[in-house]
Design a protein around this ligand. Structure first.
Ligand code: DX5
Ligand code: ZN
Length: 492
């Protein structure tokens, strides 16, 4: 992003150019333009045109460096990418070319001409990413022009095919590094996605293709986007050890993270497992690992957890000084991992943390005294959590609040209302054999918590029935828990 015209850069071609708003938002987040410029989208004289314009000196008023391709008509971007990849390969240059294509766009014959050409020229420096959301224009792809079996199609065109959950960044990163090692073949990453994910009544609903929601709903929708709840099963709970099986079952049951409680028998009275165990678990799963270090002198050990493949590493404020925390934080950030800090129930929130909020992604506010799973939730920690969240918000904290200790179907909504978005669950997940339905039950409670909050917001903004109407289908199953039977009846 500092040198967008650098000769040796990799190229990103957004062939599904109608996704321009998302594309510009990604480029702004990456620093290619100031985020303020996003507001000029599609305005006369803006560099952010409705469909992106390839940057050149001549087009500098309608584009900006970083845009490699003028998109519009569908089905062309892959061919342009082949041109770039072939030229670079013939010139002996190492640039790689990445192309985002759509599944509706794949109705275009040119996509398949390009597919043949890319494998003919053995373009192993070319990676296509298929945004497989199964929706195009005003309907579902499989009704309009069936694309499946899409995997087999690309394999038959002699491409290397990888399939991922397009909403799991760790799977995308893993796939991108794997295809880099493929030789003599172009690769395609089929990213299974849900269009409109994050807003329940718009998700996977063709009627929202290319359509903006009513302006008055925006505050509630933004709240919903901030309200996503992540479930992190804690594998020390339940039967002793058997960590591999616990990780596999949690991943299959749709957990978002795995919570790893590292206990050294000194900072807390019990001992659990260490970096070597995590290294082993890392080989069997790509799910993000959320390491909670309950150890003394974490500064002496943090490198081991970085090497073990953790995605988040949280240390206790009680186990390190500010200076040590700063050192630990630097090491974790340098490794591209998310740093966190944890606070015990009896510990006052130390003001020095405010200084470092920009470098903290996770704040664990313990709701039990650390050391064991299966303990009772300490209700007093709720007010403390709400207090800390207020302080953090007023200091522009952008990270997550993680609730840890005694989180279950009864306490989840309370910590959600207090501000937590990552829910560690030990006993609630592994305390009884059916892990699948345990996680489903927590998700259900999470859903009720979110819908309750959004309903409150709609009521405050005087649009309760309008909101219930627009969201009717997903609220009906929750009518009793949300006490909206009368509202639903009234809008019939
Ligand atoms: C306690 C740990 C927690 C614990 C959670 O020290 O940090 O992560 O394992 O287990 P439950 O949900 O059973 O309290
Ligand atoms: Zn924990």
């Amino acid at each position: 992003m500092h040198h967008p015209l650098w000769e040796e850069r990799d190229y990103f071609v957004n062939s599904k150019a109608h996704s321009a708003p998302g594309f510009y938002a990604a480029l702004a987040t990456a620093g290619y333009i100031d985020t303020k410029e996003i507001k000029t989208l599609r305005k006369l004289g803006s560099r952010l045109q409705g469909h992106p314009v390839r940057y050149s000196e001549r087009q500098k008023d309608h584009s900006f460096p970083g845009i490699e391709y003028s998109g519009g008509s569908e089905g062309i971007g892959l061919s342009v990418s082949i041109g770039i990849a072939l030229a670079k390969k013939r010139d002996g240059q190492k640039n790689r070319v990445y192309t985002l294509i759509g599944d509706g766009e794949s109705n275009e014959g040119q996509i398949w001409e390009a597919a043949m050409a890319a494998s003919k020229f053995k373009l192993d420096n070319l990676v296509a990413i298929l945004d497989r959301n199964k929706i195009q224009q005003d309907g579902f792809t499989e009704e309009i022009m069936p694309l499946d079996p899409v995997r087999d199609k690309w394999a038959a065109f002699n491409w290397n095919v990888v399939e991922v959950n397009g909403h799991k960044i760790e799977q995308i990163i893993d796939a991108l590094s794997r295809v880099e090692r493929v030789e003599d073949k172009p690769s395609i990453i089929i990213a299974n996605t849900t269009k409109g994910k994050g807003i329940k009544h718009m998700a996977n609903n063709p009627q929202w293709h290319g359509k903006a929601p009513p302006k008055k709903h925006v505050p509630i929708l933004l709240e919903e986007l901030q309200s996503e709840i992540l479930i992190a099963p804690s594998i020390i709970a339940g039967e002793p050890e058997n960590y591999e099986e616990k990780v596999r079952r949690a991943e299959r049951a749709g957990a978002d993270l795995i919570h790893l409680d590292i206990m050294d028998g000194k900072f807390v009275p019990t001992t659990s497992f260490f970096a070597d165990t995590i290294k082993h678990l890392r080989k069997i799963s790509s799910i993000p690992f959320d390491a909670h270090l309950m150890i003394e002198k974490p500064i002496n050990h943090v490198e081991d957890y970085i090497d073990a493949g953790c995605d988040i590493i949280t240390v206790h404020v009680e186990a390190c000084s500010e200076a040590e925390f700063v050192e630990i934080n630097k090491m974790i950030l340098k490794a591209g991992i998310s740093p966190g800090i944890a606070i015990n129930p009896g510990t006052q929130f130390p003001s020095w943390i405010i200084e470092h909020l920009d470098n903290i992604d996770i704040m664990i506010i313990m709701s039990v005294n650390p050391g064991f799973a299966g303990q009772k939730f300490i209700p007093d920690t709720l007010d403390k959590m709400a207090e800390i969240v207020k302080t953090l918000k007023s200091n522009n904290y952008k990270g997550f609040i993680e609730a840890d200790g005694g989180i279950d179907a009864a306490t989840l909504q309370q910590v959600f209302d207090a501000g937590a978005r990552i829910m560690v669950a030990g006993n609630a997940v592994y305390g009884s054999p059916d892990i699948n339905s345990n996680i489903i039950q927590l998700r259900h409670k999470a859903n009720v918590a979110i819908e309750t909050k959004l309903l409150e917001l709609a009521t405050i903004n005087d649009m309760r029935s309008d909101w219930i109407k627009s969201r009717k289908n997903m609220l009906i199953p929750l009518a009793k828990e949300l006490s909206i039977e009368e509202d639903l009846h009234a809008i019939k």
